[in-house]
Design a protein. Structure first.
Length: 90
């Protein structure tokens, strides 16, 4: 929600050494918020459906773990092959 103006990306250094970002002022009219719904409680911020498999406290299923390991190995092989070809070309 834009309460204090639109971010411009312009950083200005003040005489006493502090930095502030300049903001473009909003118009004189109060606008209704048109974006995503604002949560009423803080614990509703991350609600977006079912959580993904695996994580900090629960391990990935064995099939997914094996697939991820195979994909990482294949990516490493491709990178080594590309590097070897580049070195051979000079």
């Amino acid at each position: 929600m834009l309460e204090h103006g639109i971010e411009t990306g312009i950083i200005k250094r003040l005489p006493h050494g502090a930095y502030v970002e300049l903001r473009q002022p909003l118009g004189p009219f109060r606008l209704q918020y048109q974006g995503a719904p604002v949560p009423k409680r803080m614990n509703k911020l991350a609600v977006s459906g079912a959580p993904p498999t695996g994580g900090l406290l629960v391990a990935d299923p064995p099939a997914e773990r094996d697939a991820l390991a195979a994909a990482a190995y294949a990516a490493g092989q491709r990178a080594r092959t590309a590097l070897r070809q580049r070195q051979e070309r000079g």
